[in-house]
Structures are given as C-alpha cells and as structure tokens.
Design a binder for this molecule. Structure first.
Ligand SMILES: *Cc1c(COP(=O)(O)O)cnc(C)c1O
Length: 392
C-alpha cells in the first residue's frame, strides 16, 4: 500500500507504508506479500504471548460462543473472574475496567480529584514528569508533559504541572506551591525513550504524597504485566502506589484497560461518577484472565528475566562496536538502544530485512519482543540489527 493509498482512506494520524499485515504466529508476523518479520515491537508492547497464542485463541472462541457484550448495567461472569485475579495479584482493593491506556489514566485522574476534593476544593492539581507519556485524550494529554503532543490542540485542561523526571527537589518545590490531588509517573518510561525511575525518586515521591494526602499514580501501561520480569514493575522498587493503570498487553490483543486502586480512593466514587459502555467487555476479560494466569506464573516471569538479560547483553555487545550508539537502557523486555542521532532509518532498514522495531522519542530504538521469545529468535533479531548497523 502506497502513502497515496493510505492518504485516500485514513485521516493521516500515522506515518505508515508497506504491505498490510495479514497473519501472525508466535513471534512472527506476515504481510500480504508473504514477507516474514520477527515482531520485536509486539504491536507496541501488546502481544505479550506472541501472535495467535493457542490459549488466547481458545478463550476467544469459547467466550464468543457464550456472551460478547452485555454492558456495565449488569455483572458478567467473565468480568468478575478477571477482576478477582487483578486484585489477587496486585496491591489493589478495587478495579475499574475500560478499553485503553488513555481511558485508564482519565479514570485515575478523575478518581484522584474526586477523592482529594473531599479534603479541599482547591486540591485538584496534578504533577507529571518530563518525557512521560500518558495518552491522547485531554486529561491524559494534559498529564503528558511533552509539548509536541499538545501543539495545535490547546487549550489544555487546567491544573497540570510538569517537572524533570528523577528530580525530587524540583518536584517538591512545585508540590509545595499548590494543592495537589495526584502525582502520575511511569516507573519505567516507554515512549519517552526507555528511562528508568530511580528507586530513591519513587520512594521520595511516595513519602511526600503519603504525608500530604496526594494520590500516587503509577502508569504501568507499558512496563506492567511481566514485561520487565516481575508482574508489576513497582515490585522491583518496593514502592506501592494508590492507583495503578494498566492496558496494552492486558486484553491479549483486544482493547482492555484497568485502573486499580485502594479502598480509600474507591470510597470517594459513587454510581454515575464515571462509566463506559464497552469497558470490561466479556470477550476482552476472558483473554485478560488467560494473560494474567499465564504471565503471573513465577516460572514464566523468571524466563522473561533471564531472556531479557540475554537480549540486553547482546545489545550491549553491539553497542560497544558502534560509536553511533550512546547507551542500552531498560529492564526485561522493555529495552532501548539510544543513538546519538535520530535512528528512524535504522528502524526502516531492519524492517526491510525482516525485523520489526519501534522508535521511542527522537533518539531511541525500542526492543519489545513478545515475552515468549526464544534465545534463538533473539539471536536472529540481534543478527539483523547488527547487519543493518554494519551496512550504514
Ligand atoms: C501507550 C501508553 C498509554 C496510552 O495507551 P492507549 O491504549 O494508546 O490509549 C499511556 N501510558 C503509557 C505509559 C503508554 O505506554
């Protein structure tokens, strides 16, 4: 499909080209011209179990033959089973189900504000950090500090403030200056270029927000659900938020998001405060249950840790040989290779040679393979990456 064809059909929100994708199996995806790709983007960290995993296929067929949609005016069994598992496997007491990451963050911000306004009517401000990404709808966009996402869409909603990531002194200065309802942070930034929060930073935020009755929101939409080798990334810092948002891999490829929170936050919400027609749809929840059952297994998580370290080590070896590379970053299978210049042409050339990667920010190439990737597939992918680098 040419760029002209694309522009004939779609509002040009994406810059895409090439033959359409038609089929996937495990770590591989195929286009209509029968080109095979190693999918090290996983549909932007979504296909955690690869393409068309038999367990997901089976769950999908079974649920589709039982009940696809009933709305949130009623309970559905698939939703109850799924919510029980989310709560069992996390810090949370309660969960709100929706369809995407941005919606999970909208709910998180609304819940935090409703809760904080019980303390003081002016307690509505929200702090977030440089290079963070929280979504495209106005609330989540307001919490996204990168001004390139705001340009042309102003005015932004009121009450959003930003400060440098991993800099608690700056955060404290701003937090001291207004009445804050929430601090929202990605413990490991994805879109921003694979930037890890330090444990000290997260602990300082936790201590401050606890003391001043501010909701601490962890956006684990990209780093959660096993991608960094623990079910939730916050486990690695031993810092517990009040609210956590998850989405991307949660529905096994179907749209599913969740806002998890404590009883304290949940107690501020009453019927009618928030809602969604599709959120927590039985089909998506049936897949979500399979995802959580599979990924929460300690044996599965251990393999992510081992194979993620294996991939990182290989990338570090490559980085040593090419001085256009600045650093290798990240944890588990949320890895980035940071270049000194924009690496968009490297992503394109890898695709031409059968490896899908995704850029992040202006200088980083992301490696986000399905969590089930084998060491052999990792070796093939790194081989392609290195062939591209050596041909530049
Ligand atoms: C992708 C992403 C979002 C937005 O999720 P959508 O499902 O695209 O709305 C929010 N936060 C983070 C950290 C993300 O990676």
């Amino acid at each position: 499909m040419s760029t002209a064809d694309y522009n004939r059909l779609f509002v040009p929100t994406y810059n895409r080209s090439g033959a359409p994708m038609v089929k996937g199996s495990g770590v591989k995806i195929y286009d209509s011209e029968n080109n095979e790709y190693l999918d090290f983007g996983s549909g932007i960290a979504v296909n955690a179990l690869g393409h068309c995993h038999p367990l997901l296929h089976e769950a999908l067929l079974h649920q589709a033959s039982e009940l696809v949609h009933a709305s949130n005016l009623y309970f559905t069994e698939a939703q109850i089973v799924f919510a029980e598992k989310l709560i069992k496997h996390s810090f949370a007491d309660k969960v709100f189900l929706c369809n995407s990451g941005t919606e999970a963050n909208e709910a998180a911000i609304k819940f935090a504000r409703k809760w904080a306004k019980k303390i003081s009517p002016q307690k509505f401000h929200v702090l977030s950090f440089s290079e963070g990404f929280h979504g495209r709808t106005y609330g989540a966009l307001g919490a996204t500090s990168q001004s390139k996402f705001h340009m042309g869409f102003e005015p932004m909603p009121q009450g959003f403030h930003y400060c440098p990531f991993n800099d608690f002194e700056s955060a404290k200065k701003i937090l001291d200056s207004e009445e804050f309802a929430a601090v929202i942070v990605e413990p490991l930034q994805g879109e921003g270029g694979i930037n890890c929060a330090t444990t000290v930073f997260l602990r300082q935020l936790r201590e401050y927000t606890h003391k001043h009755s501010i909701a601490l929101i962890f956006d684990e939409i990209q780093c959660g659900i096993g991608r960094t080798g623990t079910l939730w990334h916050y486990e690695q810092h031993n810092v517990i938020p009040d609210i956590m948002t998850v989405a991307k891999p949660l529905g096994g490829g179907l749209p599913l998001g969740a806002t998890l929170c404590t009883e304290e936050i949940s107690s501020a919400i009453t019927p009618g405060d928030h809602g969604t027609t599709f959120g927590g749809n039985p089909l998506a929840c049936a897949l979500g249950t399979q995802i959580l059952d599979t990924i929460s297994d300690p044996v599965f998580l251990r393999r992510v840790k081992i194979n993620g370290a294996w991939l990182k080590e290989k990338l570090v070896d490559v980085a040593r040989k090419y001085d256009i590379i600045e650093s290798v970053r990240g944890e588990g299978f949320l890895l980035g290779v940071r270049f000194k210049d924009n690496p968009q042409h490297i992503v394109q050339q890898c695709r031409d040679k059968g490896l899908l990667l995704i850029n992040a920010n202006l200088n980083t190439v992301r490696f986000l393979p399905p969590l089930i990737v084998t060491q052999e597939e990792i070796n093939s992918a790194v081989g392609i990456f290195e062939r591209v680098l050596s041909s530049l």
